[in-house]
Design a protein around this ligand. Sequence first.
Ligand SMILES: [Zn+2]
Length: 218
Amino acid sequence: MAEIKRLHLADVEVAGSIWPVHGFVVTHPGGALLVDTGVGGWEELLSDWRVVNRSVADALADIDMSPADIGLVINTHLHFDHCGQNAVFSHAPCYVQRTEFERAKVESRELFDWFGFMDARFELLDGDAEIAPGVRVITTPGHTAGHQSVLVSVPDGAEEVLIGDAAYTSVQYSGPANATLPDGQASDRNAWARSLERIKTVGPAAVHFCHDAAVLHG
Ligand SMILES: [Zn+2]
């Protein structure tokens, strides 16, 4: 049975508030994988966001793991606070939606080039997919065009969701459909709302956020 361990990889300043940046290790019978690799980028980008950063290797050491223990990486999407340390896992294939890969290439060329995508081993997905036993991704576009969320099987046949940025925090997850959203939450509001409904339809036993220490239990 899979187990989820949260890594606190950075703090960033957003509109005067401090937000955590989380990644998640999922251990399963066949090994371990990492969902999102934390913050990375050039100096100016990091200072703009007043990033207090941690190396993902240090965060893994806290749970007695090292980058070599990570057999594969899943990026929910290709923003600098979710794929920033992908290069630490150059030994591992990296699962991302093809739509997201193409979006980043066009919209964020500088970031796309920064992370050494030439050496990266991307496995491009075209929709929902099982990635490892008990670990699957579903497409949840709206934050970005190719965003995906990760569902992890837990005992009693339930699944927990690593939601990525489909909702920044429990407030956006639980809020009314017409709520005012933080900047950047939805590049496509209608798609975003449909994706949240899609996640809720799964009936997750727990919702884990990248930018909120709260864990919602269903
Ligand atoms: Zn994002």
